[in-house]
Design a protein around this ligand. Structure first.
Ligand code: ADP
Ligand code: MG
Length: 400
């Protein structure tokens, strides 16, 4: 084992009381902004009924339990270790810098969604002093970057169907995931199944998802991208009104326009935009598709596809003004077919995958359905954007 990893395992086992009594660390499988994730063998997995007792998970009212010195089940199973089938878990070690409220939110939402099989359920969670670990079943999965250029569209449909099934469940529970992207959707191309993970940024939807309160707020939110020093006129230099504060949590390149515009009443549709960005990346064989450094540049990227006029009305919908003097931004925008076609012809894709996708663009009815589906996910007006429920009924996903 890599000595650095061995040291990390040691320090984890020393600082988290009794963790080694129940879990045998195997490897490190993830390191995100908020946690490190390890693959481990669970020695207390109940071999007798072949399941975890999910109801022992925290409900937000009880304090998290610590791990027993050596529980009777672990003792029994340690003895019969050779005859037992191994069961692996993912231990999500949440960094101690995360606020208790944030950790509790993630655990409670995971617990709420534990019964959906397209979402990784929370097996249990433990606390040792200031450290908290969430225990999830381990899911074998492939890195998106390893397969998105190879899979044909007819296979990628399974990815989308699996992702949308997970999102439908999340949304029916009135929850916004807020961070839909390939690293948070663990997909196994062989099984054609995926599970949604990482509810660290998820939140409950506000009460009225059909209403956007931004307009009543006044048009005091300006999305400006002025590239030269010409006087632009019409705006106060030192606007005394406070800037608008809204939840912008999520990942660069996957944020919906209303998130970038600091909409105060964000809905589950923000996840549908992110699902659309994944499909766009697949269709165009570009990952990441959007690659801006900040929210303003992200609006420009979106405007260069959908056009100034659409983005301006979208901004108005959220009580904002979209203002730019970039002369090359189109007024009317492009069809997504054109964008994908452009991306494929400019992309350094290997000949085989390029020709197969391009010929699909020309003649395949499945590709037409995919573009219709994509256009309905990447609708800049969240009110017109397709829901997960509608997406699952779309003909693109029919018959699989
Ligand atoms: P973060 O909040 O730090 O992003 P995640 O929950 O997204 O943490 O997990 C980080 C990574 O760990 C994931 O991208 C994935 O590769 C791996 N991972 C997380 N949960 C599991 C799991 N249940 N099974 C297998 N791998 C997992
Ligand atoms: Mg993550």
């Amino acid at each position: 084992m890599d000595p650095q990893l061995a040291e990390e395992f040691d320090s984890f086992e020393h600082s988290f009381k009794n963790i080694a009594n129940r879990f045998r660390l195997v490897s490190k499988i993830g390191e995100g902004t908020f946690s490190s994730v390890y693959k481990a063998e669970d020695m207390e997995y109940d071999v007798f009924d072949n399941s975890w007792d999910l109801d022992r998970s925290p409900d937000g009212k009880r304090p998290l339990s610590t791990i027993d010195a050596l529980s009777p089940i672990a003792k029994r199973q340690k003895k019969s270790c050779t005859s037992r089938r191994k069961k692996y878990v993912a231990i999500k070690r949440i960094y101690v810098t995360s606020s208790p409220q944030r950790i509790l939110n993630e655990l409670v939402l995971l617990h709420t969604l534990s019964k959906c099989d397209s979402i990784a359920p929370l097996v249990t969670a433990f606390r040792s002093q200031d450290q908290v670990v969430a225990i999830l079943p381990y899911y074998k999965h492939a890195d998106y970057r390893a397969f998105y250029r190879q899979l044909p569209l007819s296979e990628f449909k399974y990815y989308m169907k699996s992702l949308l099934t997970a999102l439908e469940n999340v949304h029916l529970n009135g929850i916004l995931h807020r961070d839909v992207k390939p690293t948070n959707f663990l997909y196994d191309p062989e099984k054609r199944r995926g599970v949604l993970v990482d509810f660290g940024l998820a939140e409950r939807e506000s009460l009225d998802p059909s209403y956007c309160s931004c307009r009543g707020y006044g048009e005091n939110n300006r999305i400006r991208h002025i590239t030269d020093r010409q006087p632009t006129g019409g705006y106060l230099k030192n606007d005394p009104r406070p800037g608008r504060r809204a939840n912008r949590a999520g990942t660069r390149g996957f944020r919906a326009p209303e998130v970038l515009l600091k909409c105060l009443n964000q809905t589950t549709k923000i996840d549908m935009w992110s699902a659309g960005v994944i499909l766009l990346s697949f269709m165009s064989k570009r990952f990441p598709f959007f690659n801006s450094a900040d929210d303003i540049d992200a609006m420009i990227e979106i405007a260069s596809i959908f056009g100034k006029s659409k983005i301006s009305s979208c901004a108005r919908l959220h009580g904002s003004v979209f203002d730019t003097n970039i002369p090359t931004l189109p007024d009317r925008g492009f069809e997504l077919e054109e964008i994908v076609d452009w991306a494929l012809s400019g992309a350094e894709v290997d000949d085989e995958s390029e020709t197969s996708t391009r010929s699909h663009i020309d003649e395949d009815p499945e590709t037409d359905l995919a573009f219709d589906f994509l256009t309905k996910c990447l609708e800049v007006d969240f009110r017109k954007r397709m829901s997960a429920e509608q997406a699952l009924r779309h003909n693109f996903l029919a018959g699989i």
